[in-house]
Design a binder for this molecule. Structure first.
Ligand SMILES: Nc1ncnc2c1ncn2[C@@H]1O[C@H](COP(=O)(O)OP(=O)(O)OP(=O)(O)O)[C@@H](O)[C@H]1O
Ligand SMILES: [Mg+2]
Length: 361
């Protein structure tokens, strides 16, 4: 699946802009503040129904307008599927897919798996475990039909159990949730564990190309002592949970440990090396998605050249372009550097100059 066109209306500094995309490689260059990241943000918003920069709608709608609109065409096999979203300050929201109004972006998200490679990628190393669970869950969402439903059920039961813990309800009221939580939680754990096992060999190959011969170790931490039956574990842990007022251990506390030469990656790799590690992991996710489902994801890469030397930029560009039938959108300041990095690797590409909220071919 790929995005063949995008119409942007009153989104940040763009008034009305029609963009036609290359199937493989789309490069946007221009001065600071010209609107390069905004184009990636618009694609992201169309597909996921939210921004990666702000949760506040007013910040995203063009200053002199009250609503924005984004319309795109997604191509899947031989089908073209029109998708669109409009949002206004009066809180009205319309999302359409193939001419049909829908209540959320979820079907568009399923249709076009998307990976954003930007400074937010560093969150995987620097933020808490939730981000790392989301990293795993991205893959499961796109691979396992039933995953979203399972995840929502676990969250709902956990929420109920935590309310009971906070209220210091009698033990049997709290434990009433444990059987179902253990059953579904274990299912969630097995999915995640399997996903990481599948991802690791692919990631290692890609990371060897990008980083060289570091010893990379990524392990999945289940969130509780898996040698104990989960229901029994929850029972045994009840006293601690009552003290804290929430469920302190279980699959909802799962995490990933990323070690380089046995040291946490963020303590040992340089900033540029971290970028290569993180982007490499995201590329591996796309590769695994393809192996398991035949689907391809779209890559949005903001400021690809920042923090990387030219040789590493070329390596990263090659890794991205080697992904067959994968569409990438890249931004950068300097067209000459982008040409050096992408020119040798891609026959098919489109380079667009972004100038103060307009596009010049
Ligand atoms: N709601 C808005 N309405 C109009 N303009 C906006 C709005 N929000 C931001 N802007 C402006 O739109 C532009 C968006 O810039 P964007 O971040 O896309 O630039 P960029 O080309 O990625 O720059 P850089 O190279 O610095 O990353 C900026 O000039 C910003 O000031
Ligand atoms: Mg930018």
């Amino acid at each position: 699946m790929l995005l063949s066109s995008l119409n942007i209306g009153d989104f940040r500094n763009f008034s009305q802009t029609q963009l036609e995309f290359d199937d493989k490689c789309n490069i946007f260059y221009g001065e600071n503040g010209s609107g390069k990241t905004t184009i990636l943000e618009a694609i992201y918003y169309l597909i996921l129904g939210r921004s990666f920069r702000s949760h506040i709608l007013r910040r995203i709608i063009k200053y002199d307008s009250n609503s924005f609109s984004l319309f795109g065409k997604i191509r899947q096999d031989n089908r073209t599927i029109p998708v669109g979203i409009t949002k206004s300050t009066e809180a009205s929201k319309h999302i359409k897919i193939a001419g049909k109004e829908v209540s959320s972006n979820i079907e568009i998200t399923k249709l076009a798996p998307l990976q954003l490679l930007n400074h937010n990628s560093y969150f995987l190393l620097y933020e808490g475990p939730k981000i790392r669970r989301q990293f795993i869950d991205w893959g499961l969402f796109h691979v396992e039909q039933s995953f979203l439903d399972l995840w929502r059920k676990v969250e709902r039961i956990l929420g109920q159990r935590n309310i009971a813990l906070r209220k210091k309800s009698p033990a049997d009221h709290i434990r009433a949730w444990d059987k179902e939580l253990a059953r579904l939680g274990l299912e969630l754990h097995n999915y995640r564990n399997q996903y990481i096992n599948n991802l690791l060999p692919i990631a290692k190959t890609i990371l060897q190309t990008l980083l060289g011969n570091f010893s990379i170790n990524i392990s999945y931490l289940p969130g509780w002592d898996v040698s104990t039956n989960l229901e029994l574990f929850l029972t045994n842990n009840l006293k601690t949970d009552l003290q804290f007022g929430y469920t302190t251990a279980g699959p909802h506390r799962a995490d990933l440990k990323i070690l380089i030469n046995n040291v946490p990656a963020k303590d040992t790799l340089s900033r540029g090396q971290q970028k290569l590690l993180l982007y490499g992991l995201q590329v591996a996710q796309g590769e695994l998605l393809n192996q398991l489902t035949g689907k391809r994801c779209i890559y949005l890469v903001d400021d690809l050249l920042a923090e990387l030397d030219m040789q590493k930029c070329c390596l990263l560009a090659k890794v991205l372009l080697d992904l067959e039938e994968t569409q990438i959108f890249v931004t950068g300041l300097n067209p000459g550097d982008l040409e050096t990095v992408f020119g040798n690797h891609s026959n098919s590409k489109k380079t667009l100059h972004v100038n103060n909220g307009t596009i010049e071919n």
